[in-house]
Design a protein around this ligand. Structure first.
Ligand code: UDP
Ligand code: GLC
Length: 432
């Protein structure tokens, strides 16, 4: 019998209780299967609340010995984790008896999920949201993934960039992986429903007519908030120089000064939306130091984590993405487009599969503050160009990154994995 769509009973596993991109990507899938699925979280947090509010059953399997292991952690820490890992594997295997398949959504979940094979036979579907490169992971973690990768019955990745990095790591270019680009519901981004922008700006102390740059990312060094801060410092110098060079008594040169047509110079402000979700508090402190050193305090606003990203994006003039290491996919880039904002993103990883440079947004080199400053300058000086990029970006994002297409793709990979699993690996109620 072929099992399709939401008929399958799936046990999803995710290591985080936070609302990171991988968790937000899992949410619509878990909701799709909610009648027969459950989600196991290895940490408690707002993700559990979101899942439960959406009617999804959640089991918490928290073990401090496993939570402590970091993605660049050393061998000793991993050795210490062996006992706790085994006890979690056992607990997971016990839960998995009532399900047709285990769907692992993060690295630790993947390790635990593949190891359940020691105790129980269930197909393991791995959704890899990461680029398995040296820039992102330590040697030990990469070796573990290389060793366990063949034990996944199906592998789904969030971009071709993630697929390529995995093939590079495993040396297996022949292995089938399904690419499922995140799909995002455009409804909350519909500009007509976002009427709070004045209130949002007022709450932050951003003038209503300021030119506002929004960066929506958890605070983490590789997400590159520091690059935007340097870029804004550079842009202010560029604009000051252009102002000094303006022809005496003449109209400002459209090529150099902002708001050339109106002759009015709006203030530049930056809003950093996001929190240090995964223990990057030290980086957040360094950002504050950098801002103070550059004298940019009045212009840079920390908004913390916000649930209503669509409303916050609506309050911006431009949305930027500044990751200094290749972004595996980059939900925020698609969201910025759906919000109808011109976007500037870092030219690497999955982002290059989203943005067509100069057509649907602008791309600049990762970590290149000067290039980011000049791209910001281009959008600031030429609002018509900015609007045309934004419109093209929104049309493309609505077409290519629909939630329905995303769920369908994941569902197809899941159904195939379950169907191809040997009969003994399928759950027989009451007989496992
Ligand atoms: N996000 C959010 N609130 C915030 C900052 C970010 O809900 O304050 C969301 C954002 O809208 C996006 C996700 O977090 O959907 C981040 O996903 P992305 O793929 O961009 O990056 P990740 O953090 O997963 O690497
Ligand atoms: C991960 C990646 C991010 C991606 C998200 C959803 O968190 O860092 O780039 O968009 O997963 O797939």
């Amino acid at each position: 019998m072929t099992m399709t769509g939401s008929e399958a009973r799936i046990l999803f596993v995710d290591q985080s209780g936070e609302l990171g991109g991988a968790e937000l990507a899992l949410l619509p899938i878990a909701v799709r299967y909610r009648e027969r699925c459950a989600v196991v979280l290895l940490q408690d947090g707002p993700f559990r609340e979101r899942l439960e509010a959406a009617g999804v059953t959640v089991h918490l399997l928290v073990n401090a010995g496993v939570s402590k292991v970091r993605k660049t952690g050393a061998a000793l820490a991993a050795l210490r984790a062996i006992g706790p890992v085994l006890s979690q594997v056992r607990a997971l295997a016990k839960l998995a008896r009532d399900y047709d398949a285990i769907f692992v959504n993060t690295q630790k979940a993947f390790v635990l999920g593949t190891m359940t094979r020691l105790f129980i036979r269930r197909p393991v579907i791995w959704f890899l949201h990461d680029i398995m490169s040296r820039e992102h992971f330590g040697g030990l973690q990469r070796r573990i993934v290389r060793t366990l990768a063949p034990f996944a019955d199906a592998t789904i990745v969030n971009s071709k960039a993630a697929a390529d990095a995995l093939a590079e790591l495993t040396g297996r270019r022949d292995r089938v992986v399904d690419i499922a680009y995140n799909g995002i519901d455009p409804a909350p981004f519909d500009l007509t429903v976002n009427t709070q922008h004045r209130a949002i700006r007022a709450a932050l102390g951003v003038p209503t007519d300021a030119w506002c740059v929004g960066l929506f990312s958890r605070l983490a060094h590789w997400k590159g908030q520091h690059v935007l801060i340097d870029a804004v410092a550079q842009l202010l110098v560029d604009e000051h120089d252009a102002f000094e060079r303006r022809p005496v008594g003449g109209v400002r040169d459209r090529g150099h000064a902002p708001s050339a047509r109106s002759g009015r110079v709006s203030e530049i402000h930056v809003v950093l939306v996001g929190a240090p979700l995964f223990g990057e508090d030290e980086y957040a402190a360094r950002l504050h130091e950098q801002i103070a050193r550059l004298g940019l305090e009045p212009r840079i606003h920390f908004a913390g984590f916000q649930n209503d990203v669509a409303a916050w994006m609506a309050a911006m003039d431009v949305v930027v993405h500044t990751s200094i290491a290749p972004e595996p996919f980059g939900r925020v880039v698609v969201e910025g487009m759906l919000a109808g904002k011109p976007i500037i993103a870092a030219r690497a990883g999955g982002v290059m599969e989203i943005v067509d440079d100069g057509q649907t947004g602008l791309l600049t080199g990762p970590g290149d503050a000067r290039a980011l400053a000049s791209a910001l300058g281009v959008l600031r000086r030429d609002p018509d160009y900015a609007t045309s990029l934004a419109n093209a970006g929104r049309d493309m994002a609505r077409r290519r990154f629909s939630e329905a297409a995303y769920i369908e793709r994941v569902e197809a990979a899941l159904a195939r994995a379950i169907e191809h699993a040997p009969a003994r690996e399928r759950a027989v109620p009451g007989r496992v």
